[in-house]
Design a protein around this ligand. Sequence first.
Ligand code: CMC
Length: 425
Amino acid sequence: MLIVDGKTYELPIIIGTEGERAIDISRLLKDTGLITMDPGFVNTGSCRSAITFMDGDKGILRHRGIPIEQLAEHSSFVETAYLLINGELPTPEELSKFSAMLNEHSLVHEDMRAFFEHYPSRAHPMGILSSMVTAMRAFYPTLKDRSQEENITITFARLISKLRTLAAMSYNISRGHKVTYPSHQLSYCANFLKMMFDSPVRPYVIDEDIVRALNVFWILHADHEQNCSTSAVRLVGSARVNLYAAISAGISALWGPLHGGANQAVIEMLQEIYNSGGDVAPFIARAKDKNDEFRLMGFGHRVYKSYDPRAKIMEEIVHRLLSKLQLNDPLLDIAKRLEEIALKDSYFVDHKLYPNVDFYSGIVLRAMGIPINMFTVMFAIGRLPGWISQWKESLDDPDWKLHRPRQIYIGLNERDYVPIEKRGK
Ligand code: CMC
């Protein structure tokens, strides 16, 4: 119930399947002339969604009802992508059909190579990826002989398959190396590793443990309900642009260091600590200092106010992978020390700041041989099924509306235009 100027309004309560509650204010402006203010949308639900459930206090993450721990243990990235997009785990026939489609659409138009060749060598791969995805629209327009539904399914397959190919291509072209094409004999993840690292002088040998680690890495990133990049995809998509343009917006949003770019920022921070002698205390002190903009990267989350369940699984992969590859990464020791101190420190405890998915993910990527400027690209490939499924859900949403927030104007009141010759006098 809301009372404005003595008048009472009943505001309906919406209840989700996990008991989450929201006040429905969709008629507020019409009925009362008032809008709500919620900078950063901290308290705002933007849609109803049946894809992902998170409980930030309990550290729960489920996709289509299935806990992330079970998906990480038993599923593949391709299967999880199918689950997110279609709502159910695939049957064996459905999975092989989906995999065949990804194989069918894995090549990239040869003319797209020319774009890569003309980017300045210092261009960040996320900027390149975002513009390449927009460019895909020109190379892969709607197929006239197919229904709208078939066109949408083909677009999903093109995006999931080609984004991976584009990422590996951009890496090789940026190094002046030859491009390796995808192979129909390899799985989605094995194909990516082969395309990234195979060379005529040093053939890349597929290691099933690395393939498994990559599957889990991408499963852990596959969706995270209405985060910044997903909201960007839904917002841009709400103007009913084509899916390529909406995904490109998601990639741009993900690039930011407060979002997907944090995986790169974490390694840069760990490297800085390492270079300065390895003492974590000054960095903890800086993170707590209100006059210093420095934040402990890979710590904190808008929703999780306890341990991010993805971070736990990521830490397990780090240990498994480093021991399998017999690697000793000094940055892992620094990360563990940082975590140990931060989890006991009253600032981090009181602010409920725990390691998030990005804290350990960079160490996994380093062990695989992924260069640091490609880290956020790896996040983007993983998040793509989530963006697609959220976009698809928005298409059929009965509450769908063009996203158009309001504002409270705090500028100057009306005044007259001053001719240029009279200004400054
Ligand atoms: N280090 C130090 N202090 C922090 C940190 C941090 N990493 N994160 C939040 N705080 C403090 C912040 O200074 C503020 O303190 P106070 O209330 O005393 O002014 C308080 O915690 C709340 O911060 P906020 O920025 O209002 O909270 P938020 O929910 O908007 O922040 C966040 C979420 C992820 C942007 C933030 O925790 C952060 O900047 N973390 C570092 C970047 C990072 O790791 N990002 C990856 C997020 S997980 C991957 C993804 O889904 O994108």
